[in-house]
Design a protein around this ligand. Structure first.
Ligand code: HEC
Length: 239
């Protein structure tokens, strides 16, 4: 009998050892890998990061082709002429616009939205404008979605630049590794995150004095608490 008990105990012990060994092996096999990027991807933020990957317009201008730009300009021809003395259409004539202030054709009924954007048409501002007119001048009359392809933009800007009595020399390509707008998208993301934080704090329940007092006068008048009786009120003694 005793022998038998020993055998049983032996098997139980053995089973325990096997289970322990098994769990060690399983632990090795199914190691928890630390993900490369922590957290959950949030849509929109990723898109922002993608937009940031675009190089400065000077990079595309260095290899811009005005002839190809003339082709891109077909998208603009519904509203614009570009030759000297050409008529205004829905949009102003674009002869010699580069280097001029916004709204360079006297007498054309520009929107206040565009006229109130400070600065002149240089490489960068023209690129931003053509990428997304509504973003550049919210409320603009130019109902054109924009050219998302930076090389298309560079080509059409080179074309516009050539339509001038004194075309500006195309800029040289910027040195590799120089970011055009350091952290522009990052800053925006950070600002959004701040926003979210502020909202969260707003929604956080905060006990006000009345709510705190609802816990009973006993809460307020705990041991060692100062007397909080307002003049003219009688507070029942704590029992
Ligand atoms: C649907 C019509 C339309 C199309 C298409 C269009 N534009 Fe315009 N564009 C306008 C209007 C209208 C304005 C005036 C905007 C304002 O006053 O807000 C304008 C203004 C401009 C200006 C500012 C000119 C100045 O005197 O300051 C430039 C530059 C320009 N467009 C370039 C282009 C280019 C390049 C394209 C094609 C890639 C294009 N536009 C496509 C209607 C158009």
């Amino acid at each position: 009998m005793n022998d038998r008990n020993n055998t049983i105990a032996g098997w139980v012990l053995f089973a325990g050892i096997v289970a322990l060994g098994g769990s060690l092996v399983a632990g090795e096999v199914f190691k928890g890998e630390r993900p490369e990027t922590m957290g959950y991807p949030i849509e929109g933020v990723a898109a922002e990061a993608g937009a940031e990957a675009e190089k400065p317009i000077e990079f595309y201008l260095a290899t811009a082709d005005a002839a190809k730009g003339a082709d891109v300009f077909k998208k603009c021809q519904a509203c614009h002429t570009v030759d000297q003395g050409g008529p205004n259409g829905l949009g102003p004539n674009l002869w010699a616009a580069m280097g001029k202030p916004h709204g360079h054709v006297p007498g054309f009924a520009y929107s206040d939205a565009l006229k109130s954007v400070p600065g002149v048409w240089d490489w960068k501002s023209m690129s931003e404008w053509l990428a997304n007119p509504k973003k550049y001048a919210p409320g603009t009359k130019m109902t054109f979605a924009g050219l998302s392809n930076p090389q298309d933009r560079a080509n059409v800007i080179a074309f516009l630049n050539s339509k001038s009595p004194a075309p500006l020399p195309l800029p040289a390509a910027p040195a590799e590794g120089v970011a055009s707008t350091p952290g522009a998208a990052g800053d925006k993301a950070a600002a959004e995150a701040d926003d979210a934080g502020a909202q969260k704090a707003e929604n956080e329940p905060v006990l006000n004095e009345q709510q705190a007092a609802k816990g009973g006068i006993a809460n307020v008048r705990g041991e060692g608490a100062p007397a909080v009786t307002a003049p003219g009120t009688t507070v029942p003694e704590k029992k």
